[in-house]
Write a new protein. Structure first.
Length: 401
């Protein structure tokens, strides 16, 4: 089978890039042909046979002329449409698997794929939603100015993006986001997508607020690399690993840490709230960790905390902790509850509820036998590896879902 992976960035930049690279590598190992389409960039590490890519769009730099033309290109990119046609005619894919595309590639590429299909080229169009972009112009369902989770745009009420200055706190940028969302809502390009893969049931519920999408969505948690199970001797600390930022619930967690002076916490990561963390006696900040050092920190923790206060979809940290045999105390928000077997591999608390978070930490910290039981149970919480995921994906690729 020939699969064209489509993503605006074709270099390591975040979760969607990790997804397409690992997925593409596995598909190739199984005998499928995989090529990629997206923006040209000096760091690009995958591509296509005709070397056709759309120009890199740097919203934070570039010439004065490019900044004037960007607003139009973020809504409709004619260059991307022309370039993807070159790839379609040469590669003749059986599947076009679209990932992050808005603002750089734009849905204009979907129109070109549909035009190519109508010319007698059978091809499935599959889209993996990594965020809320198609139902929320700022991607996060969160107003960055108030810090509150927001669903005002759901159902296609995109003018709320402009009213709330939801894109970088700018009325102008938010208005462009509103225009982009409304343009493609009226254009109807999304009706040509055959299947929309949502990485959580929660994300699916938000996507389904669009009646068109509700007919196409399917929930599939992201795949993770398999890790060896080890019976590890636990140490007396509670672990938070991830970004030190407000939307991750760090403000709330820090207040609780100050009240629980007898509990030892280790924080591993970096972010804007780092200075606030460094001033608390019972928190050891070990900075950003990767590889074996991070694995050891996770394996040896009594339990980990994921206190997020925004609509997380399928946070890898929650899965990773349990894979290494460490239960998770997670916020009851977004897709987090889908990844924890409550009362078995961890527990949940109301997101942002300082009192409940404190009570749950005290309960788990004071009951070693309970956390030991949760640790053992983590063995039973199985997440899809890439092989299992691709077995499901192939049915979608063949249009059998």
């Amino acid at each position: 089978m020939k699969i064209l992976m489509i993503n605006k960035f074709l270099y390591p930049n975040g979760g969607s890039e990790t997804y397409i690279f690992k997925l593409g590598d596995y598909l190739k190992s199984q005998g499928h042909e995989v090529q990629y389409f997206g923006m040209e960039h000096e760091g690009r590490c995958v591509g296509n046979a005709v070397n056709a890519y759309t120009s890199d769009m740097d919203f934070h730099g570039g010439s004065k002329l490019s900044k004037i033309t960007y607003p139009l290109k973020t809504i409709y990119n004619s260059e991307a449409r022309k370039k993807i046609r070159l790839v379609l005619d040469d590669f003749k894919p059986d599947v076009c698997h679209i990932n992050n595309f808005n603002y750089q590639l734009t849905p204009s590429i979907i129109l070109e794929i549909q035009k190519w299909r109508k010319e007698g080229n059978p091809c499935q169009i599959v889209f993996t939603a990594h965020d809320y972009q198609l139902v929320c112009p700022n991607h996060m369902c969160k107003n960055p100015n108030t810090g509150e989770n927001c669903e005002k745009c759901l159902g296609g009420h995109f003018l709320n993006c402009t009213k709330g200055k939801c894109i970088h706190g700018s009325t102008a940028k938010s208005f462009i986001g509103t225009m982009e969302a409304n343009f493609w809502k009226l254009n109807g390009a999304y009706k040509y997508i055959d299947t929309m893969i949502c990485c959580s049931e929660f994300l699916k519920t938000k996507m389904d607020t669009n009646p068109l999408f509700a007919k196409k969505t399917i929930a599939m948690h992201n795949f993770v690399d398999e890790v060896e199970w080890k019976d590890t001797k636990k140490k007396d600390y509670v672990l938070y690993f991830g970004r030190f930022s407000k939307e991750k619930g760090i403000d709330t967690l820090l207040k609780v840490c100050k009240e629980l002076s007898d509990v030892q916490f280790i924080f591993a990561g970096t972010g804007p709230l780092e200075n606030e963390i460094n001033g608390i006696p019972n928190i050891k900040n070990v900075g950003f960790q990767t590889g074996e050092s991070l694995e050891t920190l996770i394996r040896e923790a009594r339990f980990s905390i994921y206190p997020s206060e925004w609509y997380e979809n399928c946070p890898f940290s929650v899965m990773e902790s349990q894979m290494y045999g460490t239960p998770v105390l997670g916020a009851k928000i977004g897709g987090i509850p889908e990844l924890i077997i409550e009362g078995k591999t961890g527990e949940l608390f109301e997101s942002g509820n300082e009192k409940e978070l404190k009570n749950k930490i005290e309960k788990l910290w004071s009951n070693k036998s309970l956390t030991e039981k949760y640790c053992a149970n983590c063995k039973e919480n199985k997440f899809d590896n890439v092989e299992t995921y691709v077995n499901k994906l192939m049915k979608i690729y063949r249009g059998e879902n």
